[in-house]
Design a protein around this ligand. Structure first.
Ligand code: FES
Length: 155
């Protein structure tokens, strides 16, 4: 089996610095929902690396976003357990229809971004989706309607 290889060139090799960068990027992303150019510059400055090195790390991990997202990032699980529990495609299609967007898109008002993910570690309560840091399990059309209605009502 071939090992996954990090991109060459801008990779940081110091494990301590790499570890600090991941923590710093996580905290920076919490501010705006994605890594702004200013956040990348600040992280680079604090760690004594170049912005290119920060982007290189950020782009390697799917956890980090370098493009703006909606206020509510909805991640629908497309993993096997969710698929077998009448979720996955059905939930993606339902949420897509409700919001008028496809996975990877953000609503014009900037409130919702829809993404698909492979597993939310909630296989026993599938189908599942996550909105920002909140996990929702045993999804049904009615529960999805409730979730979206509540999120639309948030200021
Ligand atoms: S497959 Fe959906 S939570 Fe694991």
């Amino acid at each position: 089996m071939k090992a996954l290889k990090r991109p060459e060139g801008n990779a940081i090799t110091d494990p301590a610095k790499q570890s600090m960068m991941l923590a710093a990027l996580y905290i920076a992303q919490e501010q705006k929902g994605y890594l702004t150019k200013e956040a990348v510059r600040q992280v680079a400055k604090r760690l004594g690396v170049t912005p290119g090195e920060v982007y290189s790390t950020a782009s390697f991990y799917t956890l980090f976003r370098i493009e703006p997202v909606g206020k509510h990032v909805i991640q629908v699980c497309e993993g096997l357990s969710c698929y077998l529990n009448d979720g996955a495609e059905r939930v993606v299609e339902y949420v897509s229809a409700k919001l008028g967007i496809q996975p990877g898109e953000t609503t014009p008002d900037g409130r919702f971004t829809l993404e698909t993910v492979q597993c939310l570690a909630s296989c026993g309560t599938a189908p599942a989706m996550r909105v920002n840091d909140q996990l929702y399990e045993n999804l049904t059309p009615a529960s999805i309607d409730d979730i979206l209605e509540r999120l639309r009502g948030e200021v």
